[in-house]
Design a protein around this ligand. Structure first.
Ligand code: 5GP
Ligand code: MG
Length: 174
């Protein structure tokens, strides 16, 4: 592993906090009075999920799925499959996917396909970050935090070979 890789801050913890607050306000407007199922995609979304749900003051449930994307480091192979599902009922529920980053769109499209088969009442996507220049499958977030340049980011739950998830800021590696 490249031990010389240095994380440089792209978005500070204060900027992240402000954006998560804004997203929570948008989500609250749409789901107030409902009891949505928030579905995080492991592992990267766990920090974002933890901060987001604590700003939502209505009943909700949380589940996680895991998608393997066959690849280490920066590049995925272009294939993805669901490797951990969940047992909570989805039929007729309002489901909100919570994702750390939209890159090619493959991961979220695998999760959306899995959910649509279960016939949710509604299905939306909340993504903390988006790299639109990298998209291969047309996916758009209903709630979006930051738009990113084409840089590999770490921190705030996101990893490089399983490291750097604990950085409180969103960083890129140089
Ligand atoms: P996609 O399937 O949209 O190509 O990629 C989504 C997944 O790839 C994300 O959930 C994340 O795990 C990983 N990913 C994509 N871009 C980055 C990045 O810049 N940094 C990190 N740490 N993970 C990324
Ligand atoms: Mg992820």
């Amino acid at each position: 592993m490249d031990s010389q890789l240095k994380p440089r801050i792209l978005f500070t913890r204060d900027e992240i906090e402000a954006v998560v607050k804004r997203l929570a306000a948008e989500v609250s407007q749409d789901y107030q009075g409902k009891c949505p199922l928030l579905l995080g995609i492991l592992k990267g979304s766990f920090v974002f999920m933890a901060d987001l749900i604590r700003l939502l003051d209505f009943p909700l449930e949380v589940e996680f799925v895991k998608v393997s994307s066959y690849g280490r480091g920066r590049e995925s192979s272009g294939k993805a499959k669901l490797v951990k599902g969940f047992s909570s009922p989805v039929k007729d529920r309002d489901v909100l996917i919570v994702e750390d980053i939209l890159d090619t769109g493959l991961t979220t499209s695998v999760v959306s396909d899995y959910l649509r088969e279960k016939k949710p009442a509604s299905l939306k996507l909340c993504a903390l970050t988006d790299k639109p220049s990298r998209r291969r499958i047309p996916v758009t977030a209903d709630y979006l935090g930051f738009t990113l340049p084409d840089k590999f980011i770490v921190g705030y739950g996101l990893d490089w070979n399983q490291k750097f998830r604990n950085l409180p800021d969103i960083c890129y590696l140089e």
